[in-house]
Write a protein that binds this ligand. Structure first.
Ligand SMILES: Nc1ncnc2c1ncn2[C@@H]1O[C@H](COP(=O)(O)OP(=O)(O)OP(=O)(O)O)[C@@H](O)[C@H]1O
Ligand SMILES: [Mg+2]
Length: 311
């Protein structure tokens, strides 16, 4: 079973227009409402790849029934921790040559939501009847959770010998390094893998640098991450090659070359990458093959209207 965790669930509206005229009434050609958030995108792709998936998040009682029904359609099992905070709604506006994302801030959760989350997570890890193939933690978190929470959850899983893929950034990612400073991941232990995109990498670790990071700079940084913290890193760059360091070799693998008329919606490409990568790595143990499978799933998502979908 694959476990996904995301603490910023979203009701995602996708509206399709030929062209939006600002300041006027615009009527959509088509529209969809989906249960979303990065963790659900990852879960949906895992399910489309035929894998069993449990998704952990927080939901209010008003939102829980709807999410449960939506996730059931995609064969995703839900473990939702209670909160009074309602789920945010985010909107994607798709025009012929332009995609605009409108992102709401998440609502603040209560301290007891984090306490309950930790309880649910601990009992899942302690349940020997459930073999967790990989834990994937994605996205930001709603206000109210501590910055060190993702790192703590990841390391709890790591201590139970569960491989972890973290698509996180900013303070959440910095906390992971802070905690690993005193106890780096060893090469014979379950891997701790980070998968930020290139902008997230730059904003988290090179915030003062104005010009884009060079490949050489990225390589030096990824090798350093491995040597100092034992972390393996994969950096996705949209249509540009994916860069990664697996502890032995630095990889630069080209994205698929998709004709522009076939690119429909690139939102969720990174989530689809994470799902494909995690499945392939868990099942083959071959890091380069896993990156290639991630790239394939990212490309399939780019050619699909629904964000976080490869069919
Ligand atoms: N235009 C594209 N053409 C081909 N492949 C793409 C394109 N955009 C994305 N991909 C594939 O998807 C992978 C992930 O894309 P990207 O780096 O944009 O992720 P991201 O910014 O994390 O996305 P999100 O957070 O919305 O899921 C890329 O490494 C690439 O393999
Ligand atoms: Mg991403």
């Amino acid at each position: 079973m694959f476990v996904t965790l995301c603490l910023n669930p979203t009701i995602q509206k996708t509206l399709f227009f030929w062209k939006i005229h600002r300041g006027e009434v615009n009527r959509s050609e088509k529209n969809f409402t989906d249960a979303s958030g990065k963790g659900i995108n990852v879960s949906r792709v895992l399910s489309q790849l035929g894998r069993q998936v449990l998704h952990i998040t927080q939901l209010s009682k008003e939102d829980k029934l709807w999410f449960e029904a939506e996730l059931k359609k995609h064969k995703i099992e839900l473990a939702a921790v209670d909160t009074n905070a309602r789920t945010r709604t985010c909107t994607t506006l798709i025009e012929e040559n332009c995609i605009t994302e409108l992102v709401e801030k998440g609502n603040k959760v209560e301290p007891c939501t984090e306490t309950e989350l930790l309880k649910v997570f601990d009992s899942l890890l302690a349940d020997n009847s459930k073999k967790i193939e990989t834990l994937i933690i994605s996205g930001s978190k709603a206000p109210g959770f501590r910055d060190s929470l993702f790192a703590e959850l990841a390391l709890k899983a790591h201590e139970h010998n569960v491989p972890v893929v973290l698509d996180i950034r900013g303070a959440d990612l910095q906390k992971l390094l802070e905690i690993l400073q005193n106890k780096p991941v060893k090469s014979d232990e379950a891997p701790v893998i980070i998968k930020p995109n290139i902008q997230e990498l730059q904003e988290t670790f090179f915030a003062e640098q104005k010009e884009p990071l060079s490949e050489n700079q990225i390589k030096t940084f990824l090798v350093g991450l491995y040597e100092q913290y034992g972390i393996t890193a994969v950096i996705t760059r949209g249509s540009k090659s994916t860069l990664a360091f697996d502890g032995k070799s630095f990889l630069s693998i080209e994205s698929e070359n998709i004709p522009s008329e076939k690119i429909i919606n690139t939102i969720g490409c990174g989530d689809s990458f994470a799902a494909g990568f995690a499945v392939s790595l868990a099942e083959s143990g071959d890091f380069e093959a896993a990156v290639r499978q991630g790239i394939k799933c990212g490309a399939l998502n780019a050619m699909t209207l629904q964000p976080g979908s490869i069919k």
